[in-house]
Structures are given as C-alpha cells and as structure tokens.
Design a binder for this molecule. Structure first.
Ligand code: HPA
Length: 234
C-alpha cells in the first residue's frame, strides 16, 4: 500500500494503462481484460489488474492534470515496480487536418510547467515518448485503419484557458492537440528508467468547436485501448 494506492504488493502489473477517468479504467478493464480484479479504490481512483492475451496488465486512473497523474505515476513506479506506463485519454485538436475521433500518438509533450519543472532549474527539458512503444502503437493504429497523427502535443495546466494567443502559437508550431497529463508522465518515467507513451483520442476540436457525440465515444476510446495494449505487448 502507498498513500494513494491500496493495492497489495504484487497486485500491480509491470505494464500500466492510465486513463484520467477512473470509470474509464473500469470500462476498459471489463471490456478488454480477462480475470479482472479491482486492486485500488482509494479516493475512488479505481485500478484493475487482469490479463490481455495472457499478459498481465493494470489499468489505473490517473485523475485529471499533471499533479494528480504525477502522484500515481511515482507510486506505481517507485513502490510497485511498474516499468511501462501508457496514458490513454482524450485531447482537443489544434490543427485543421486533425479530426474528431483521430488518434494522436504523442512523440513529445510541450508545456508551460510540469510538477517536475523545479527539478530542472535552467534546463528546458523535452519530455519524449519511448520510441519502441511509439513505433508499435503506430503500426497497430495503421493495421486497424485508424487515422493517426504522430508528433508534439501540449500538456496544459488549465482546461478553461484564457490565452487564445497561446493556442495560436502552439498551432503555428505544429502542435497537434492539447491535453493535461503527458508531459509529466514522460518526465517521471524517464527519471526512473521506465517507458512511457500517450495514446489519445480527439474528443473535441479547439478551432471548429466540434465534439465527439457521446454515443460514439466508446468505440473511439476502444480503438485507443487496443492500440495501447498492442504497443505494450504486440
Ligand atoms: N483542453 C485540455 N484538455 C483536454 C481538452 C482541451 O480542450 N480536450 C480534451 N482534453
């Protein structure tokens, strides 16, 4: 047990998928895994361990935003020995050529700040995905026929932003989409010699204001879970 995770030693797999929403962790575990066991419910941040094609995997909610994700990523790695952490979540598209339902593979994650910012002092660290995970996720997405974009994303501190100039600056520099967790996940994983990737589904578009209809969310999010599992084990 840690402060925020109630799992017993050995109940967390080496590979962990991390959706922001704990109920999405429940849905993904029940939909894609066999022999599912609830391993964490501290603060309602549900975590489940099961198997996928014989491989042990944990799906643990991270909560929203980098400070919350940072707590879970640190404890999963330092206390439970997790080695591969894949965020599965939603994002808002920032480019005209990126559409609703598309999958974003975050090669790198820009930010204004992360909880790790203070560690780096004058260094402008570049949080980066594990290349092998990224490559395997890309292949899995191609095989599924899912429209995929691979590149830089923006991990924001606020959902309700007040800086349209920032969005415009990101767009001009080719940033594909905005979410709120990946930059810290990549940084914490790197610090501990672990592998990380964020596989994201576009749920809304910042420019067109389009949003994924709720009845279509499940199928789109399902593709993302399978891509993440293929990246880890395929
Ligand atoms: N901003 C931040 N995070 C998000 C968004 C957004 O527009 N959409 C999905 N996650």
């Amino acid at each position: 047990m840690t402060i925020h995770i109630g799992a017993k030693p050995g109940e967390i797999a080496k590979t962990v998928l991390m959706p922001g929403d704990p109920y999405r962790a429940k849905w993904a575990a029940e939909t894609f895994l066999d022999d599912v066991k609830l391993v964490n419910e501290v603060r309602g941040m549900l975590g489940f361990t099961g198997t996928w094609k014989g491989h042990r995997v944990t799906i643990q909610g991270s909560g929203m935003g980098m400070p919350s994700l940072s707590i879970y990523a640190n404890e999963l790695i330092r206390d439970y020995g997790a080695k591969t952490l894949i965020r599965i979540g939603s994002c808002g598209a920032m480019q005209d050529h990126v559409g609703i339902r598309d999958v974003i593979l975050a090669m790198s994650a820009s930010s204004i700040s992360t909880p790790s910012l203070g560690f780096f002092k004058e260094v402008n660290y570049a949080p980066t995905a594990d290349f092998r995970l990224l490559m395997k996720a890309y292949r899995a997405a191609e095989e599924k026929g899912v429209t995929t974009h691979t590149g830089n994303i923006y991990s924001a501190d606020v959902f309700y932003a007040e800086r349209p100039d920032l969005d415009e600056m990101m767009e001009r520099h080719g940033v594909l989409a905005v979410e709120m967790e990946a930059a810290e996940l990549y940084t914490v994983a790197a610090r501990h010699g672990c592998r990380a990737l964020a596989v994201l589904t576009v749920s809304d578009h910042l420019k067109t204001k389009e949003a994924l209809p709720s009845e279509e969310r499940e199928q789109s999010f399902g593709d993302m879970v399978e891509i993440a599992l293929e990246a880890a084990f395929g």
